[in-house]
Design a binder for this molecule. Structure first.
Ligand code: FAD
Ligand code: MLT
Ligand code: ZN
Length: 792
C-alpha cells in the first residue's frame, strides 16, 4: 500500500478505499465504453467532512481528483486519464435525503443521492421533482449539477440550474463552502452557486444541494405523433404551445431511422402507429388536474394539425400503461445506439427556428463526405437541442469510421456554428469535446473560465483534462508568443519526435496523445516534434493531422516548443498546413527536401521557395536525411541556405556518416558564417560524438528519451565520460530500434509497454512484431536496466 493510499484508508476505512483492479473496474470506464482510465485509488467518503479531508490530503500530495457520481456521463467527464495518478472520488455513499420542506417546496439532499430516489422522496411527500432523463435510475444529483443536466422536461421546468437554490461544495484546498440556502431571492453579490453548476467537477466537489419542488401534476396527456419532417415538427410545436401554453411539458423528436433502430434493439418497444413514419414526436401535457380536459386539448390540436398536413398519424395514450410504453420507446434510444455500434455523438443546441435547416444542411454535408453514413437524429426539439448522431455505413470497419469521425464532427459543428449554436447543450465538454474548446469558444470566454479555475483550483488538481483545454490556449496567440517564443538559432536540448498513437482498431488515439505528451515531458524533453516524415504522418488525413497537432499543443500548454513536420507534397499544401499549425500555436515547422532534387542549385532554389511559401514569420528546420530522401546536402549548400533565409534556424542532422559535416558547419560558423542550431537524429545512436563535434542536442524519437536528455545534460555539464557511460547502457536497444522498416513497431511497442501510449499498433500498412522480436526486446530491456543500476 503506498503512503497516500494508507492515509486515505486511515481517513475513510479500508473498505472505502478501492485499490484492486476488480474493485475499481466499474469506476474506470464510461457508460458508452469509449473511455478507460486508471486510478491510484477509488475512494468513497461518507460525509462532507470526509470529502474535505480527502481534498486536503490530495492537495498536500499534489494528487489529481476526479469526482464521480453515477458515472453516466456522455462525454467521458467522470473517467480518469490513463496515467494512474488520480484518485476517483465517488459520492455514491453520500445518498441521504437530508430534509424536505413541503411548504417551502424544497428538498435538501446529499450529492450522491440517485435522481430517481429524489423523485420518489418528493412524490411520497406529495410534491414533484421534475428533472427526468434516461439515466435517472443511476445518475446522481451531484452529477446532474456538475453537468447541468437537461432531459425531457426542460421545456416546462428548466435545466438543473433552474431547479437549484443552494449548494454545499468542498473546495480544492478542503474548505467547505456552505451555500446551502433555500432562498428564492438573494441579491448580495455574485451568484457563487451558479459557478459550480455545469463546472464538471473542475472547480469543487458538490456534497449537498437544496432543490426546488413543484406541485404534483396529477393529470397527463401523452401522444405519439407521426410528422413528415423537422420543419413540420417545429410548426406543430408552435401550434401545441399556442393551444396548451405551459401545460406543454415534453416535446421529443426522433427521425424514422432512429425509431427503427429502437424497435430493432429494444425488445419491449412496439410501434403505436400503423406505418413506419418519416419522423415522430412524443408530446406530453401535464396539469394539476382535469385529465379529460387535457386530452381534449391535445386531441384538438392534433386534429387541426392533421388537416394542415403537419401530422400524418397520431396515437394518444389511453392510460398510464400506454403512456409508459410510449416513453419506453424514447428512453430506449441510448441503449439502441450502443447496441448498434460506436456512434459519433453530437449534442448541439441552437435557436429552435434554425433546426430544420440545420438537419438538412448537416445531412447533406455528412453524406457528401461519407456516402452511406447513417444519421440517427433525436432530441429535445422544444429546447433547441438535437442529438445528431452518426453511425458507420452498413458493414463499415469500425476503425475506418473512427478515423473519419473527427472530420464528420467538424462538419456537424461547423453547421451548428453557422447558426450560432453550442457544441454541448446538456452532455458537457468532459474529455470528448475538450480539444474543440479553443475552436468553438471565444478567447475571452476561455480566459475568464481559466481565471476562475486558477482562483479555485490553483494546482489544477480537480478533474484535470476535462472541460478546460490547456493553460495557454492556441487561440490566445499573443499570450502564447510571450510565453513561448518562436523557434530560433539558439534552440538546444532534446526535441523528442513523437509517435502518432492509434487504437488497436487503427483510429487516431487522442487520449494516448495526451498521455504520450505527459510522458515525454516527464522524461525531460525540451521540445517536441510531431508529424515527422519517418513516422506515420503520411497515413493521416489532412483533418486528422490538424486534430492531432491541436491535441498535442493543447496538452503541451506552451510548456515546451513544438515543431511540426510540414513536408507536404506541393507548396500550396505546405502553406496551408503551416499556416494552420502556426495559427494553433506551433513554434516552427520542419521541411525535408523532395527526393527529385539532384544538384546543389536545385536544393538551394527549393529552399528559397520554401522560405517564400512559409513567409518571414515562420521559422523552419532544414531536414538533412539523405538515407531516406536521397538528397545529398553539402555543408556549403546548408550554409548558403542558412545565410540566405533568416527563417532557417535549425538543421536536423541525420546524415550517416555525418560527423564530418557537423565539424565543417561549426568550423564555418566559428569563422563568421551564420550559426544555426544543429539537432541530430538517427535515434541518437551517435549522440555523444555528435555533441562533441558541436551539435546542440537531439531531435529524434528513441523510446527512452531520458537517455538523450541525460546524455545531453552530462555532456553540457562537461562530464563527457558520464555521457558515454549512460549512452553505452542504452546503445543495444537503440541499435535494435534502428532496424530499417521495423524500428517504428519496436519503438511503439516499447512506448506502449512503458505506458506512454495505450497500444503499439501501427496504422495499416504497418508491420507487427514476432514473438522472437518481443523476446529480444525483453532481454535487451532487462540488460539495460541491470546496466543502469550498475552505473548508478
Ligand atoms: P457522472 O457521470 O458521475 O459525472 C458527470 C460529471 O460531473 C463529471 O465531470 C464528474 O466529474 C462530475 N461530478 C459528478 N459528481 C460530482 C460532484 N458531486 N461534484 C462535482 N462534480 C461531480 N444528460 C442529460 O442532460 N439529458 C439527458 O436526457 C440524458 N440522458 C441520458 C441517458 C442515458 C441512458 C445516459 C447513460 C446518460 C444520459 N445523460 C443525459 C447524461 C448523464 O446521465 C447526465 O449528464 C447525468 O447528469 C450525469 O450524472 P452522474 O451522477 O452519472 O455523473
Ligand atoms: C437523451 O436525450 O436520451 C440523451 O441525452 C442521451 C443520448 O444522447 O444518448
Ligand atoms: Zn438528451
Amino acid at each position: 500500500m503506498d503512503d497516500l493510499v494508507a492515509e486515505l484508508a486511515g481517513l475513510l476505512g479500508e473498505a472505502n478505499v478501492l485499490v484492486s483492479a476488480q474493485d475499481q473496474a466499474l469506476f474506470l470506464s464510461d457508460w458508452l465504453g469509449k473511455y478507460h482510465g486508471s486510478a491510484r485509488a477509488v475512494v468513497k467518503p461518507g460525509s462532507t467532512e470526509e470529502v474535505a479531508a480527502v481534498m486536503r490530503l490530495c492537495t498536500r500530495h499534489g494528487v489529481p481528483v476526479v469526482p464521480q457520481g453515477g458515472n453516466t456521463s456522455m462525454s467521458g467527464g467522470a473517467t480518469p486519464d490513463g496515467s494512474g495518478r488520480a484518485i476517483v472520488l465517488s459520492l455514491t455513499r453520500m445518498h441521504r435525503i437530508r430534509t424536505l420542506d413541503a411548504i417551502g417546496n424544497t428538498i435538501t439532499v446529499d450529492a450522491g443521492a440517485v435522481l430517481a430516489k429524489v423523485q420518489d422522496a418528493a412524490q411520497e411527500a406529495g410534491r414533484f421533482f421534475p428533472l427526468s432523463l434516461g439515466a435517472e435510475g443511476s445518475c446522481t444529483i451531484g452529477g446532474n449539477l456538475a453537468a447541468n443536466a437537461g432531459g425531457v422536461a426542460v421545456l416546462r421546468y428548466g435545466t438543473m440550474r433552474e431547479l437549484t437554490l443552494g449548494l454545499e461544495v468542498v473546495l480544492a484546498d478542503g474548505r467547505i463552502w456552505d451555500g446551502l440556502t433555500a432562498l428564492r431571492k438573494d441579491n448580495t453579490g455574485y451568484c457563487l452557486r451558479d459557478l459550480f453548476i455545469g463546472s464538471e467537477g473542475t472547480l469543487g466537489v458538490i456534497t449537498g444541494a437544496v432543490l426546488k419542488l413543484f406541485a404534483q401534476p396529477h393529470a397527463r396527456a401523452t401522444a405519439f405523433v407521426a410528422v413528415p419532417d423537422v420543419a413540420a415538427a417545429l410548426s406543430l410545436l408552435a401550434a401545441v404551445r399556442d393551444r396548451c401554453g405551459d401545460r406543454l411539458t415534453a416535446f421529443e423528436f426522433m427521425t424514422g431511422d432512429c425509431l427503427a433502430l429502437i424497435l430493432r434493439h429494444v425488445g419491449e418497444a412496439r410501434l403505436p402507429l400503423g406505418e413506419m413514419p418519416p419522423a415522430v414526436v412524443l408530446i406530453e401535457l401535464s396539469d394539476q388536474d382535469d385529465e379529460p380536459g387535457l386530452h381534449d386539448r391535445l386531441e384538438a390540436v392534433l386534429l387541426g394539425s392533421t388537416e394542415t398536413g403537419l401530422v400524418l398519424d397520431a396515437a394518444i395514450a389511453q392510460d398510464g400503461t400506454q403512456a409508459k410504453a410510449f416513453w419506453r420507446i424514447r428512453e430506449g434510444v441510448s441503449e439502441a445506439l450502443v447496441r448498434e455500434g460506436k456512434a459519433a455523438k453530437h449534442d448541439v443546441s441552437m435557436p429552435v427556428s434554425a433546426m430544420a435547416d440545420f438537419v438538412a444542411a448537416a445531412d447533406a454535408a455528412v453524406y457528401a463526405a461519407a456516402p452511406g453514413v447513417r444519421p440517427i437524429v433525436f432530441g429535445h426539439l422544444g429546447d433547441g437541442n438535437l442529438h445528431y448522431n452518426l453511425l458507420p455505413m452498413q458493414g463499415q470497419d469500425p476503425a475506418a469510421f473512427a478515423a473519419l469521425t473527427p472530420a464528420l464532427t467538424r462538419i456537424v459543428h461547423d453547421e451548428m456554428d453557422r447558426r450560432r449554436g453550442s457544441i454541448s447543450a446538456e452532455h458537457g465538454i468532459g474529455q470528448l469535446r475538450v480539444a474543440e474548446m479553443p475552436l468553438r469558444k471565444a478567447p475571452l470566454d476561455l480566459e475568464l473560465m481559466r481565471s476562475l479555475k486558477d482562483l479555485l483550483d490553483p494546482a489544477g488538481l480537480l478533474n484535470p483534462g476535462k472541460l478546460l483545454p490547456g493553460k495557454f490556449l492556441p487561440r490566445f496567440r499573443h499570450q502564447l508568443r510571450t510565453i513561448m517564443a518562436l523557434l530560433d538559432e539558439t534552440a538546444k536540448g532534446v526535441y523528442v519526435i513523437a509517435v502518432t498513437p492509434f487504437t488497436e482498431a487503427g483510429a487516431l488515439d487522442l487520449e494516448s496523445t495526451d498521455r504520450m505528451v505527459d510522458f515525454y515531458l516527464e522524461k525531460g524533453a525540451t521540445g517536441l516534434t510531431v508529424l515527422g516524415m519517418m513516422g506515420e504522418a503520411p497515413k493521416l488525413t489532412a483533418e486528422e493531422s490538424r486534430i492531432f497537432v491541436r491535441r498535442v499543443l493543447a496538452r503541451v500548454q506552451g510548456r515546451v516548443p513544438v515543431v511540426v513536420g510540414v513536408s507536404a507534397s506541393g507548396f500550396a499544401a505546405m502553406r496551408e498546413l503551416s499556416n494552420s499549425v502556426m495559427g494553433d500555436g506551433a513554434t516552427g515547422v520542419m521541411v525535408a527536401p523532395p527526393s527529385n532534387l539532384r544538384t546543389d542549385d536545385q536544393i538551394v532554389s527549393y529552399y528559397a521557395m520554401v522560405a517564400e511559401t512559409l513567409g518571414p514569420k515562420v521559422p523552419f528546420v532544414l531536414q538533412d536525411f539523405p538515407l531516406v530522401t536521397q538528397v545529398q546536402m553539402t555543408p556549403a549548400v546548408i550554409l548558403k541556405i542558412a545565410a540566405a533565409h533568416p527563417g532557417c534556424v535549425m538543421l536536423k542532422h541525420e546524415d550517416w556518416p555525418g560527423l564530418a559535416k557537423i565539424s565543417a558547419l561549426r568550423a564555418a560558423s566559428d569563422q563568421g558564417a551564420r550559426r544555426i542550431s544543429i539537432l541530430v537524429g538517427n535515434g541518437g545512436i551517435f549522440l555523444p560524438e555528435e555533441l562533441s563535434r558541436g551539435a546542440d542536442g537531439a531531435m529524434t524519437g528513441f523510446a527512452y528519451p531520458e537517455m538523450m536528455v541525460d546524455v545531453w545534460k552530462a555532456h553540457a555539464s562537461g562530464d563527457v565520460e558520464r555521457a558515454h557511460d549512460l549512452f553505452d547502457a542504452y546503445l543495444p536497444l537503440a541499435r535494435y530500434e534502428q532496424q530499417p522498416g521495423h524500428g517504428l513497431a519496436i519503438r511503439k511497442h516499447i512506448l506502449a509497454k512503458r505506458g506512454a501510449i495505450a497500444s503499439g499498433t501501427l496504422r495499416k500498412p504497418g508491420g507487427t512484431l514476432s514473438r522472437s522480436d518481443i523476446a529480444d526486446i525483453e532481454r535487451l530491456i532487462a540488460r539495460q536496466e541491470r546496466r543502469l543500476k550498475e552505473i548508478g
